[in-house]
Design a protein around this ligand. Structure first.
Ligand code: CP3
Length: 365
């Protein structure tokens, strides 16, 4: 399949999209930054809405042909540099035995986890058995895309999954999960450890099925203070990433609203840190050094327009890193009201922005 964006700056290079993406993850020199968009398969695309007219969201996730088709839509339309498999972070909650509904109002777990007994009862499921549709979708994407384009797998970070399991949905303030963590610290820790173990298994299965890299979404870690993050959320994320250490696939850790947490987030052990628009990429790079790659971090609202703002934001983000160890992305998921041509402009500008020549370190320095 040829993408509409075979840009000249890229075709002169011999790197495939997958090589480019993996080089950026490892902070190796690249001719341009790789670019993709969080939630790139979704409602801003008319072809996605067409499929959703006929199929419920969870049916799309659980039917490998549909999940593959929807995953490929942004690649065909925008020429993104990575294809994330279509699924949801809450598919894992369901596989652990928690009833899940996903409707227009967002996710709803009618029987949220509130007791130590319920935590005990959560299932350490077998990913190939219980979520075989996801592995099949990844294998199908690999068959279609060959080895030229990286397929990305994903899961929630333990804290963010625990937020949904305990709150039962997205809740302002997350008071119930915080109260649970403070009132029943041992039970809460056992929940996070259980999630970490089962998620490591789930991500390993995605990598075995063909995911070139995986992303952990810690969308709600910004709700915590720096101390709470370090004491409550970080150990489980470290445990999870430690279990993936031997795996060949780089791990991207997305944290939202995490500017105050970056010292701890950097200790999680991820290869790439993905941050939102409130983080200054140059300052973060100066703090972490050149070996940790960064992903992000344009504000999704910028993609609502105008074009000059989109070009400026893309060049601004790349200018902060000069494209070294940088995967261009948004700071959070693309908004459903985004005009498709603006998403196109975001990708194209990112792929065409020239980088200053890489200057190798002189021997002995
Ligand atoms: O990035 C991709 O294109 C892959 C697909 C993907 C979805 N959800 C599809 C989806 C990914 C990576 C996710 C992750 C996810 N899901 C997160 C973490 C990232 C983030 O945005 O913070 C979270 C918190 C969820 C939970 C979730 N799923 C919520 C809160 C909602 C409702 C809000 C919304 O956007 O509608 C969903 C539903 C959902 N997940 C949709 C999509 C495309 C919309 C469902 C529809 O088609 O109606």
């Amino acid at each position: 399949m040829t993408s509409p964006v075979e840009q000249s700056s890229y075709s002169s290079q011999t790197l495939t999209r997958k090589e480019l993406f993996l080089r950026a993850c490892r902070s190796e020199p690249v001719p341009r930054v790789p670019v993709w968009i969080m939630r790139q398969a979704g409602r801003y695309l008319p072809e996605y809405r067409e499929i959703r007219k006929k199929h419920a969201f969870l049916d799309v996730c659980k039917t490998p042909e549909l999940a593959q088709e929807v995953s490929l839509q942004p690649y065909r339309r925008l020429g993104v540099d990575a294809v994330i498999v279509f699924s949801d972070i809450l598919i894992l909650a369901e596989a652990m035995g928690v009833h899940l509904e996903l409707n227009d109002a967002g996710p709803h777990l009618p029987e949220p986890v509130r007791t130590a007994q319920h935590i005990e009862a959560l299932r350490m499921f077998d990913p190939e058995q219980e979520t075989g549709f996801l592995m099949e979708a990844i294998r199908g994407l690999r068959r279609t895309l060959g080895s030229e384009v990286p397929v990305l797998g994903f899961a929630a970070a333990p804290w963010t999954l625990a937020c949904y399991l305990i709150e039962g949905g997205t809740r302002e303030g997350f008071a119930t999960v915080k109260a649970f963590a403070h009132e029943q610290p041992r039970a809460f820790r056992s929940l996070l450890e259980k999630i970490a173990r089962v998620t490591a298994r789930y991500l390993k299965a995605q990598i075995a099925a063909g995911a070139a890299a995986v992303q952990l979404f810690d969308t709600w870690c910004g709700e915590l203070t720096a101390n709470e993050y370090a004491e409550i959320a970080l150990p489980a994320t470290q445990q999870l990433l430690g279990e993936l250490d031997a795996s060949p696939a780089p791990v991207i850790l997305y944290t939202k609203g995490s500017n105050h947490l970056m010292d701890s987030v950097a200790k999680a052990g991820a290869d790439v840190l993905s941050v939102d628009w409130r983080v200054d990429l140059a300052a973060l790079r100066a703090k972490l050094g050149p070996d940790v790659a960064l992903q992000g971090n344009v504000d999704p609202a910028i993609l609502l327009g105008p074009a000059a703002g989109i070009r400026g934001a893309v060049r601004g983000a790349i200018g902060k890193t000069n494209g070294a160890g940088h995967i261009l992305n948004l700071g959070h998921g693309i908004l459903p009201t985004t005009p498709v041509e603006n998403a196109q402009l975001f990708i194209e500008t990112g792929q065409k922005t020239p980088l200053a020549p890489h200057v190798p370190a002189a021997p002995g320095t």
